[in-house]
Design a binder for this molecule. Structure first.
Ligand SMILES: Nc1ncnc2c1ncn2[C@@H]1O[C@H](COP(=O)(O)OP(=O)(O)O)[C@@H](O)[C@H]1O
Ligand SMILES: [Mg+2]
Length: 274
């Protein structure tokens, strides 16, 4: 497939650009009139989350999904986001990648304020800096594994999209599956295609929502190795939602979310020492 073919698939591209429902709320309880916090981002920080609150209107009233989150992640860090099912992990990740908009607060990536940009500006920033592995993969059904992985490179205008996509598919163990369509792949294989697609642009910041959730123990360990190789080799910052204790313990730091309240392990240590 060449770039022209990929670009002539408007419905697919619309699918790719649209945030999956799990990361974007359909109903919003309203935008705050409060001025967003001024984000004085430190050079060492790749992302700063400032006073982020997400509320949605439900038939039972207003639900606060993320409640005043404040934390930063440094360049090259690996951070695990842990918490019970329904605690707000996917919502927080979607907000951090600018796939969802907050009710209050702001987030800076690489010093750029996400929510002062419009939708298009956020999509461009994501294209330059961010990789995202969705919990439900979000592969395009009409493209093969290879084409799915090539697509973000083609959108960025890379000339060597196919060879780079093949290298990364080989690294996730799918050399013999490149011509398969998503529905011809197992859940674990689709997850690996999604990981390859997030990796292929060599993002500065990689978000992954339960990236080993559909993998057997051995394949899961291989994907974890790959994530940390990227972290080591290229200084990629990893922000991973996970229930996998092995993966969480490999991360330098853990953020715990409980009913929308984020607790930073680093702060807890500071409190414990003081
Ligand atoms: N658009 C929405 N409208 C109403 N409730 C939502 C919406 N999005 C998420 N929720 C609820 O917010 C909570 C957190 O969801 P989520 O971030 O997906 O949690 P997790 O990823 O930790 O399982 C859940 O109870 C979920 O049902
Ligand atoms: Mg989730």
């Amino acid at each position: 497939m060449n770039a022209t073919n990929a670009l002539s698939l408007p419905t697919n591209l619309a699918d790719l650009k649209a945030a999956p429902a799990e990361y974007a709320s359909v109903t919003d309880a309203g935008t705050s009139t409060q001025e967003p916090a001024k984000l004085l981002i430190d050079d060492a920080e790749i992302i700063r989350v400032a006073n982020i609150t997400k509320r949605v209107a439900t038939s039972d009233g207003v639900l606060t999904i993320v409640n005043n989150a404040n934390f930063s992640v440094l360049r090259g860090e690996a951070v695990a986001v842990v918490g019970a099912s329904g605690s707000g992990k996917s919502t927080l990740l979607g907000l951090m990648a600018g796939l969802d908009t907050p009710t209050e607060g702001d987030i800076a990536i690489n010093g750029e304020s996400l929510f002062k940009l419009d939708e298009d500006g956020r999509a461009k920033l994501r294209g330059r800096l961010v990789g995202f592995v969705f919990q439900s993969f979000q592969l395009l059904p009409s493209l093969t594994a290879l084409e799915n992985v090539m697509l973000p490179l083609e959108l960025a205008g890379a000339a060597d999209a196919e060879s780079r996509a093949r290298v990364i598919l080989d690294r996730v163990g799918l050399k013999d599956r490149v011509k398969h369509y998503p529905k011809q792949l197992s859940g674990g294989e689709q997850q690996r295609v999604a990981i390859a697609r997030a990796f292929v642009t060599e993002p500065k910041l990689l978000f992954a929502d339960e990236p080993t959730g559909n993998l057997d123990a051995k394949t899961g360990r291989r994907m974890i190795e790959l994530l940390f190789e990227l972290n080591q080799e290229r200084g990629t910052t990893l922000i991973l939602v996970t229930h996998d204790a092995g993966l969480a313990s490999r991360c330098g730091r853990r953020l715990t979310i409980d009913a929308g309240v984020v607790t930073d392990e680093a702060d807890q240590d500071t409190i414990a020492r003081s």
